[in-house]
Design a protein around this ligand. Structure first.
Ligand SMILES: *Cc1c(COP(=O)(O)O)cnc(C)c1O
Length: 430
């Protein structure tokens, strides 16, 4: 058995000063039981906790680290950037350089604003959509997560699901009232909402590939219906690609499905592990932002040189070959997991798109949040802990996504599949 004594002590102390001992709730391991691991360092595909235990890491800071931990070029570029100062609150060449790079990879983003988190990106995109259309209502899907701003924290998936928060205390009723929610992948449901409210809807915001209730791809019909309905009703379609951008596919889910949203939000990979979010899209809409237009947006540290360097250094290293390798590894891993579960007669549904993957202890099909809820969370909790013992760190929740990085080797994949087999053995033996 691994020793977690130092993490246990550290958690006791952090709990004195931070609610739940953490700065973001899912880190607290609440829904798998036990105490969270405190991390000392990361290197490539591996992380090390403060007790000296080593794990193959598939959380990767919840998505950003597509090049793994402490990528040598990212580290070097950040070190160099730091010596020139960390922020000026004035324009730098780096911001335009990153904006050009993002536009090159995601061409629908003609103009953009850099912010410091995914939450800020979606919040700002929603305000822009409301300002542009002069409408108040927005539509989101049950189990989709778009950060923790008021309008979007309704039926918001993972973190919220894990902690059983159905409505969101602290969100004014009037704001919640303007957020209409529909089941994910429910074509008839969204058509009904547009029939009733079409001319009041500012925008539809959607994760084209849902990643905050485990991985659930949107169907082509569903996403095309959203495109058609919003166009007909003169409301805007926002693809929240904070997770799926640079992950589901190099050019994002919008390239995979060949559907062009009006606005896109990005985050996670776009900062390469530093705090960056982006909202952008059609030029005529983005020109509504201050100082060109009337919709206010600002940020003291928006586009700061360190964050821009983290993003640039990461995006510059991405290419088709790297994606081919990561996709093949994800394929191999998820096939191995399915096989391991089958061999142990454990009902499982394994989903993966690009470098995003998740396993549900659920015989399936898993197409929306109601399906996800039928998963065996007790089995998951036991399994997660067994997997840790075998040196594999996956998301500590049945409702979260795991990731692949460019640093995961064939050997890592083989070791991980062996660990899954061993964990299934342990759990079935009780
Ligand atoms: C993570 C995430 C967010 C929020 O981003 P933060 O940087 O955590 O604020 C928004 N939307 C999606 C789809 C996400 O996965």
């Amino acid at each position: 058995m691994l020793n977690f004594e130092k993490s246990k002590q550290a958690f006791k102390e952090s709990s004195q000063y931070m609610p739940g001992g953490v700065n973001s709730p899912v880190r607290a391991f609440k829904n798998v039981g036990g105490d969270p691991l405190f991390i000392e360092k990361g290197a490539g595909s591996h992380i090390f906790d403060i007790d000296g235990n080593e794990y193959i890491d598939y959380v990767l800071s919840w998505g950003p680290l597509i090049l793994g931990h402490a990528d040598p070029k990212v580290v070097k570029d950040l070190q160099d950037a730091t010596t020139r100062g960390t922020s000026y609150g004035a324009p730098t060449l780096l911001e335009t350089e990153l904006a050009k790079k993002i536009h090159e990879i995601v061409p629908s983003v003609e103009m953009m604003r850099m912010v410091s988190s995914g939450t800020e990106a979606t919040m700002s995109a929603i305000r822009l959509a409301r300002g542009y259309t002069h409408r108040d209502k927005i539509v989101k899907f049950v189990g989709n997560y778009h950060g923790h701003s008021d309008s979007l924290l309704v039926d918001a998936g993972s973190g919220v699901a894990t902690f059983n928060v159905h409505d969101a205390p602290g969100v004014p009723k009037d704001l919640a009232y303007d957020t209409l929610t529909v089941a994910y992948n429910d074509v008839a449901g969204i058509k009904n909402v547009f029939k009733a409210h079409g001319d009041e809807i500012a925008c539809v915001i959607v994760e084209p590939i849902a990643g905050n209730m485990g991985v659930i791809p949107g169907t082509k019909e569903f996403l095309q219906t959203l495109r058609d309905l919003t166009t007909e009703s003169h409301s805007l379609l926002i693809f929240d690609e904070v997770m799926s951008g640079f992950r589901a596919a190099y050019h994002g889910a919008q390239d995979l499905y060949q559907i062009k949203p009006d606005l896109t939000t990005l985050g996670k990979v776009v900062g390469g592990g530093l705090p960056v979010g982006v909202f952008g899209g059609r030029r005529d809409i983005m020109e509504y932002i201050t100082p060109d237009g009337p919709v206010y947006h600002a940020g003291t540290l928006s586009g700061n040189p360190l964050a821009m360097t983290g993003g640039l250094s990461t995006l510059e290293q991405l290419n088709d070959d790297l994606y081919k390798q990561m996709f093949a590894r994800t394929d191999e891993l998820t096939r191995g997991i399915k096989q391991a579960a089958d061999d142990h007669h454990v009902p499982v549904t394994v989903h993966h798109v690009g470098t995003m993957w998740s396993y549900f202890f659920n015989k399936g099909p898993v197409n929306n949040f109601a399906d996800v809820q039928k998963s065996d969370v007790d089995y998951f909790a036991k399994f997660f802990k067994a997997l840790l013992q075998h040196g594999v760190y996956t998301a500590p929740s049945q409702f979260e996504t795991n990731f692949m990085s460019s640093k995961h080797t064939k050997e890592d994949i083989q070791k991980t599949i062996a660990a899954f087999n061993a964990a299934f053995d342990d759990v079935s033996e009780g």
